[in-house]
Structures are given as C-alpha cells and as structure tokens.
Design a protein around this ligand. Structure first.
Ligand SMILES: Nc1nc2c(c(=O)[nH]1)N[C@H]1C(S)=C(S)[C@@H](COP(=O)(O)OP(=O)(O)OC[C@H]3O[C@@H](n4cnc5c(=O)[nH]c(N)nc54)[C@H](O)[C@@H]3O)O[C@H]1N2
Ligand SMILES: Nc1nc2c(c(=O)[nH]1)N[C@H]1C(S)=C(S)[C@@H](COP(=O)(O)OP(=O)(O)OC[C@H]3O[C@@H](n4cnc5c(=O)[nH]c(N)nc54)[C@H](O)[C@@H]3O)O[C@H]1N2
Ligand code: SF4
Ligand SMILES: [Mo]
Length: 762
C-alpha cells in the first residue's frame, strides 16, 4: 500500500460508532449557527462588533484587527469562525439587573452551572461580598480602592496575581509592573495550566518560548504534524490552512488518542460548496496513541527516520548540539518498548516517519494533548528532536508551532506576566525601578493554590479568568482561596469562581470593558507572534458603571506606589504604556510608533527561517527524552468495594464543542455525539469488558472525588482511554504536576468507571 497517499488506518464510519455523530466536522451546522445569530435580534450588534477593528476575543489564531474583523495577517478575508460569534454573543448580552444580587444569596449562586452563570449577562457595577454576609453588595469605587490599596500593603511575598489571556498587552504590562514594584514575583497566569511546557521546552532548546513559524510559513508547508490539538473545535481557522495544504497535495499527520471527526473531514464556510456536501479530507494518517505516551511515539518516529535513512545528519552536525545522545537513544530503544508504551503499531509509526522524512517542509503543531502531562516538557522535546532530526527547524515553510490558547495569552507572557522572567526584561525593569527585582521565586498557578492552602497568601488580584474552575481538585481550590483575606476579580462576565472562589474577608468583583469597548487603543499578540492593534470602541451597556482594565490598574498602582517608578495616572493613556513596552520588551520595538503608523507587525526575532538560533552557541540544544512508564492504578486503589465490577481508564479532560475554557455556551457536543455535559466518552470494547453498555449511567471515581449519574457514550477513542469535560470533571482529581513547568496532567487522569449497584433493602 502506498502510505503516502492513503490512510493507513481505516477511518471509522462515525455514525456507526455512535448514531448521533455527523460524518464531517464543521459543515452545515456552522453556517446555520451563523445565520441564526447574525439574523437574530442581536444580529446588528453582533455585526457591528464583528466589523470592529479589533482582534477576535476567542482563540490565539488572532483573526481581526486593523484590516477589519474578517482578515488574517496575510490580508486574507473571510477569516472569522463561529467561535468568534459565540464569544461576541456572550459579551453583547444585556447587563445583569441591578437587584439580581440583592435577590440571590451566595448559596443560591453557588448552585448555578457554568452556563447559567454566563447567561446571567454582563457585570455592570462593582460589588463586594464581605465576610459573614450572604449577598454581594454594590460598593463605591472609593471604597474599592481603599480596600484594595490596603490589601496590597501586605508583605510582598503574601501578595499575588492570577491572569488569563483575554485582556490586552497594556493591562498585562501594568499588572506585572505594579507587582514587581511591590517586590512580588507572584504572577501566576493561565499559561501555567496550558502551554508552560512548550515555553520551558522551547526555551531550553532554542532560547525562544513561542512558535517559530509565521502564517506565511505555514502556508508553504507540504506536511503538518498535528499532535494533541483539536483545532477543529478550538482554532477553527487553522483548519482552512490544513485544507489548503491537503488540496495542494500535502500531508497531514494527526496524533490523538481520540479520533476527532473534524480532523478527519472538515467543512469550512471559507470553501462553502464542497464543505456543505462532503467536506475536505484533513488527516492523511491518523495515529491514536495511549494518552501520555507521545514521547514514545516520537522516539519511534525518530528511530524509523534513522532506519529509513531519512535522517538529516549534516544538518544535525552543523546546527545542533547534543544530537548524538538523542540519536543513540532512538537507536537503542527497542521497537517493543516503543510500541508497547505508545500502543501504536510499528507499521503506523514507520508510515509517519516516511511521510515526515520525505516531505520538504514540515510544520509540527501541538496543543494540550502534548503539554498537559507530567512529562509535558519531554513531549515537547521529543517533537522538537524529531523536527531537528529531519532538518525542519529554521527554514521557510517548516518549524515548531505550539497552537496557543487564549487570544492574548502569549502577549501576557511577552509582557513579563510569568514567574520565569527573561533576563532582558528583568534588566530593563531593574533599570526602570532603579533597584533589583525581588529574588524570591514567584508562585505559578499550582504553587499559588498550594501556598494559599498553606495560609501563605493574603491578597490576590485576578485579571480575568476563573482560577477556581480552571484548577484540578475543586475542593482544594475552594478551600485554598477561602484562606486568602482579599480577592479582587476583574471580569466582564460572572463565572463560577466569583461564587465559589471566595476570600476569607472581602471578595470584590470589578466589571470591566472588553477589547472592543475600550475608550483607548490596546494591543494583543497572536500565537503566530503577530501584534494586533484594537481600535477604540464603545459598550452597548448604557448607564453601567464599568471600568477599563488599564484605568483600574493604574489608579490602584498610583494609590500603592504614588509616582514610583512612573506617573501611573499618565499611563491611563495607553500610548505611554506602549512606549514603555517598546523600551522593555524584546522584539516589541515597533509598538512605539503603532499609534501613528497603525502598522500591525510580527515581533522581531521570533520566526526562524535560518537554522541559527539565539542560544549562546547559535545552535539548537537537543535533550534525550526518557520514555514514560504508564501504569494505571488498580481498581482497588480507588477505594470502591472490591466486588464492584468496572474499568480503570486514562481519562482525558478537555473542551466540548461549545465552551470556552470554564465557560459553557451549550450543553451538547454534537460532533462527538455527547448530548450533555455529564457524559463519559468510551470505547465500546472497554465498556463491554466491564459489563457496561451505551447510555448506561455510571459513577466515575477519581483520586479525590466522584461524579455520579454519568452517561456512557461510545466513540472513536482508543481502547483504555476516555474523555470528559472540564470544569465539571475537576472535582474528581488532584492532578500530577509537570515538574519543570508546574502544569497539571489534565490529559491523563486515572479514573475508575463503574455502575453503582443498588443495595437491596432487606
Ligand atoms: N472554542 C474554543 N476555543 C478555544 C478554547 C475553548 O475552550 N473553546 N480554549 C483555548 C485555550 S485556553 C486552549 S489551551 C486551546 C485548547 O485547545 P486544544 O488543546 O485543542 O483543546 P483540548 O480539548 O484541551 O484537547 C485537545 C486534544 O488533545 C487530545 N489529547 C488528549 N490526550 C492526549 C495525549 O496524550 N496525546 C495526544 N497526542 N493527544 C491527546 C484530545 O483528544 C483533544 O482532541 O484552545 C483555545 N481555543
Ligand atoms: N480539567 C481541565 N482543566 C483545565 C484544562 C483542561 O484541558 N482540562 N485547561 C486549562 C487551560 S489550557 C486553561 S488556559 C485554563 C483556563 O483558565 P482561565 O483562563 O482561568 O479561565 P477562563 O474560563 O478562560 O476564564 C473566563 C473568564 O474570564 C473573564 N473574562 C473574559 N473576558 C475578559 C476580559 O476581557 N477581561 C477580563 N478581565 N476578564 C475577562 C470572564 O469573567 C470569564 O468568565 O483552564 C485549565 N483547566
Ligand atoms: S480561529 Fe480563533 S481567532 Fe480566528 S476567528 Fe476563530 S476563534 Fe477567532
Ligand atoms: Mo489554555
């Protein structure tokens, strides 16, 4: 069989695996969704926002900006996807009525589901929950600032921030400057739960932490390896690029324990005719490894590349260091160990190696299926090793492309919202502050929760996000946050964290304007290292008491710091923040003039088209990657009576089709045939081996909790693996942690699935 042109693995007819499942991803439902929303009552508001010159709120692909809402950085039109519509629709909801919080106690609010909380509407006035009170009360701005400024007088190590990448570079820069000026490095960020292993791994190897591929480069690839990313749900416009690469004869290798329909066949509104009928083929080869075993799979690919004589030896010698050990590891690891660890056959691995080794320009993309493991950094190393071994980093049309999360999560990292600050930024900040930064290591997200739980945190400011809902072990998260004296949440919409992530004394919720509503310009950075300029906008919420994030942060900082080290109030004009950014952040020089030029730009020094890297030696550093030892606990370790029949699975926890992280927009996931949130997607073989059947209600037990009445749904997930949705599933497990980056292993959660046997009452 010619593995270059065919799928080596048969594609299951999805409707046979599960009758509810459509045969292609995307397709007609997307167009229906567009029509339904754009023609609805809120249609005009939605269109106005879609056309506003600002970057899409949703994912890091970064559509929109100065050339209009529908344009990507290559100037191509028709680039907004329905995820964008989903995100905007949530933001253009009316304000929550002023007496809603008077009527509903905190214990009632805690009963809301994520979707119900989001559907309440927009937050529109500042409010506070004081210790011992049962309701949130409206509060004056003056009192907000008094409480907040006082809370920030605590010992610097006991003050922390958490952030999530929806806000702007300007807000991010101000947040970290305010924190560093206090003397705190506690700048936890959602990227700690997300792509931190990519940043850590890429930094060690290439001295850069982000994608080295531009959109322009991606378009030139003749092969894309996509591991642990479901971009058909989470980065839909990347699908257009995959379609185009396939259409010109290129290959797409997908690596994912779950066969996602949209990664097999996808219909995109950008190519309507075929999309509505049959959809486009996406995967040329679909490999389904055991969750958490990608390192073994990539070592296997390396081994086969060597065996097939496809190794780029001259490239390795000229441009890399440490390659000998990596080659040795691949040679010496036996096929048996590799295939047993990853559960993918040698023939499939060889087929992948042949495609990668014989393609001219390969881009390797990955997302949470790679990073959210206790060996996430090794996973990243193993992908990069494979790329280097085939000479695919530092040339046009090839390279490494972590597919990032939130729309501006990467900008937050660039602005210094991180516990691993770049040396150049540290030096620039020290110059600005006229003193050294604190040498005390800051808390990333998990260590922040642990520190809070140990009573070591007094004050927390959250710039967006849902720290409570995003963390594993919801019981611990709630308890830990409850030991913090003051928590200040800045948010556009209410979420579960505002109701369950409550502080010991004061929980304050500050309603903020979003990126298309600000009275000043802001910028964001896409996953492809492209900086977008968001125009001034206005909010539909009339008579509401909202505040721009930048205004809140500068006012608070000026009350804490006076005019040290800058005139904070002057920075309310974001133009001055951009000037500070230009002076402080490497690669951001062009932002100094963006107000005059309106020129959006690619950050300098990030895209590699030559095999010269910013490491000390100019060479890429390669590291060997130990194969993971993947053992699941035995049933009895879950504390369930030994007589109970069930099955232990490696549970992957992630996103349904209609949710954005902890925010649920719709309860079903039609592409996986899951009718509601309380489902577990399993392989039929696994379910039947445990005496379970489809649609049966089961209990899913993790190491710290269980979910009951969960419906079994059959799907194209590999044997031994299963899938459930977060944030709900976060109550059942306390995840293992990636030791070099702090990221929780959300994608390999040991869980015991069983049917509750009703005791007969005698
Ligand atoms: N619409 C929408 N867009 C989003 C988001 C959203 O929630 N909704 N969230 C944003 C954010 S913050 C992020 S981080 C990204 C997330 O984007 P993704 O990473 O695409 O999302 P996930 O659902 O977490 O998981 C991705 C895939 O990993 C696979 N997987 C699980 N375990 C393994 C494994 O061990 N190996 C491999 N190879 N694959 C595995 C799962 O089957 C799943 O298909 O999307 C961003 N964009
Ligand atoms: N089990 C499991 N857990 C996971 C994951 C997983 O795959 N599995 N994924 C992890 C990942 S990758 C991530 S990134 C985290 C996500 O963690 P977070 O980023 O902490 O959570 P979000 O749900 O994205 O936060 C959404 C909230 O942000 C606020 N918001 C929205 N827009 C704005 C804005 O413009 N400004 C401000 N100030 N606030 C705004 C709204 O109040 C909204 O409710 O979850 C992590 N948790
Ligand atoms: S791909 Fe991402 S950035 Fe582009 S329109 Fe869709 S959600 Fe927005
Ligand atoms: Mo993320």
């Amino acid at each position: 069989m010619d593995t270059n042109s065919q799928n080596i693995q048969p594609i299951p007819p999805f409707s046979e695996t599960n009758e509810e499942t459509p045969e292609i991803g995307g397709g007609l439902p997307i167009i229906e969704y567009w029509a339904e929303h754009t023609l609805s009552q809120s249609g005009p508001k939605l269109w106005k926002t879609l056309l506003h010159k600002s970057a899409c709120l949703s994912c890091s692909w970064g559509t929109g900006g100065q050339k209009g809402g529908f344009t990507n950085e290559e100037g191509e039109k028709l680039q907004r996807c329905m995820k964008s519509v989903e995100a905007i629709s949530a933001e253009i909801k009316p304000a929550i009525s002023t007496n809603y919080f008077e009527k509903h106690s905190i214990s009632e609010l805690q009963q809301l589901t994520s979707m119900e909380a989001d559907r309440l509407g927009r937050l529109s006035f500042p409010m506070i929950l004081r210790a011992g009170k049962s309701h949130y009360d409206r509060i004056s701005w003056e009192e907000v600032y008094e409480i907040a400024a006082d809370a920030f007088t605590k010992t610097p190590e006991r003050v922390a921030s958490y952030s999530s990448g929806r806000s702007s570079n300007e807000a991010a820069f101000l947040l970290q400057l305010m924190m560093r000026a206090i003397g705190s490095n506690n700048l936890a960020d959602c990227s700690d739960l997300c792509h931190a292993p990519s940043t850590t791994g890429l930094r060690e190897m290439f001295a850069t932490g982000t994608s080295v591929v531009s959109l322009e480069n991606l378009k030139q690839a003749d092969c894309v390896v996509l591991a642990g990313s479901n971009c058909s749900y989470n980065h839909p416009r990347l699908m257009n690029e995959l379609i185009k690469i396939r259409e010109k004869g290129g290959k797409i290798i997908v690596i994912n324990p779950m066969m996602e329909i949209g990664l097999v066949k996808f219909g995109s509104p950008a190519f309507p005719v075929k999309s509505l009928l049959t959809g486009y083929d996406i995967s040329s080869l679909y490999l389904q490894p055991i969750p958490g075993s990608d390192t073994a799979l990539f070592v296997g690919i390396q081994k086969s590349v060597i065996e097939q004589g496809l190794i780029a030896e001259n490239y390795l010698k000229a441009y890399t260091e440490g390659w000998e050990a990596v080659v040795k590891q691949a040679r010496e690891t036996s096929w048996e160990t590799i295939t047993e660890t990853c559960g993918v056959s040698r023939a499939e691995i060889e087929a992948a190696a042949k495609i990668i080794g014989s393609s001219k320009r390969v881009v390797f993309g990955w997302a949470m299926g790679i990073t959210q493991h206790d060996n996430g950094v090794d996973n990243v190393f193993s992908i990069a090793n494979t790329a280097l071994m085939t000479g695919n980093v530092g040339k046009e049309g090839a390279g490494l492309m972590p597919v990032r999360g939130h729309s501006n999560v990467q900008g937050f990292g660039s602005m210094g919202v991180t516990v691993k600050l770049k040396k150049e930024i540290q030096e620039a900040l020290e110059k600005l502050l006229g003193r050294s930064l604190s040498a005390v290591k800051g808390y990333e997200t998990r260590s922040l929760i642990e520190a809070a739980d140990a009573g070591k945190v007094d004050t927390l400011i959250c710039l967006g996000g849902n720290l409570y809902g995003a963390n594993p072990d919801s019981t611990q998260a709630k308890r830990a946050l409850g030991k913090i004296e003051t928590i200040i949440y800045l948010a556009t919409k209410p979420n579960l964290g505002h109701f369950s992530g409550l502080a010991k004394h004061n929980t304050i919720v500050i309603p903020v304007l979003n990126r298309f509503e600000n009275p000043h310009k802001t910028t964001v950075e896409s996953g492809n290292n492209f900086v977008r300029l968001n125009e001034v906008g206005e909010t539909h919420l009339k008579n509401a008491d909202l505040i721009p994030e930048v205004q809140f942060l500068t006012e608070l900082a000026s009350r804490i710091h006076g005019e040290f080290p800058v005139d904070w109030r002057k920075l309310q004009d974001t133009k001055y923040v951009r000037q500070l950014i230009a002076k402080t952040i490497p690669g951001y020089e062009k932002i100094a003039t963006i107000d005059e030029t309106q020129e959006e730009f690619t950050i300098s020094g990030r895209i590699f088209t030559e095999p010269k890297f910013p490491t000390d030696s100019g060479k890429a550093k390669m590291f060997i990657t130990p194969l993971p030892v993947l053992k699941l606990p035995e049933a009895k370790e879950f504390g369930v009576s030994e007589s109970v029949r069930g099955i232990v699975v490696a549970l992957m926890t992630g996103r349904s089709y209609s949710q954005h992280n902890t925010v649920v927009y719709k309860i079903d996931d039609k592409y996986r045939g899951m009718p509601h949130r309380n489902c577990i997607l399993m392989n039929r073989v696994d379910a039947e081996s445990a005496g379970l059947h489809e649609h049966q209600r089961v209990t899913v037990q993790g190491n710290v909790g269980k979910l009951e009445n969960v419906e079994v749904i059959y799907g194209a997930v590999r044997v031994g693996a299963a899938l459930m949705f977060y944030p709900e599933v976060n109550v059942i497990f306390n995840a293992r942690i990636e030791r070099r980056s702090g990221t929780p292993a959300y994608k390999r959660v040991p869980a015991f699935v069983y049917a509750e046997v009703r005791q007969r009452i005698l």
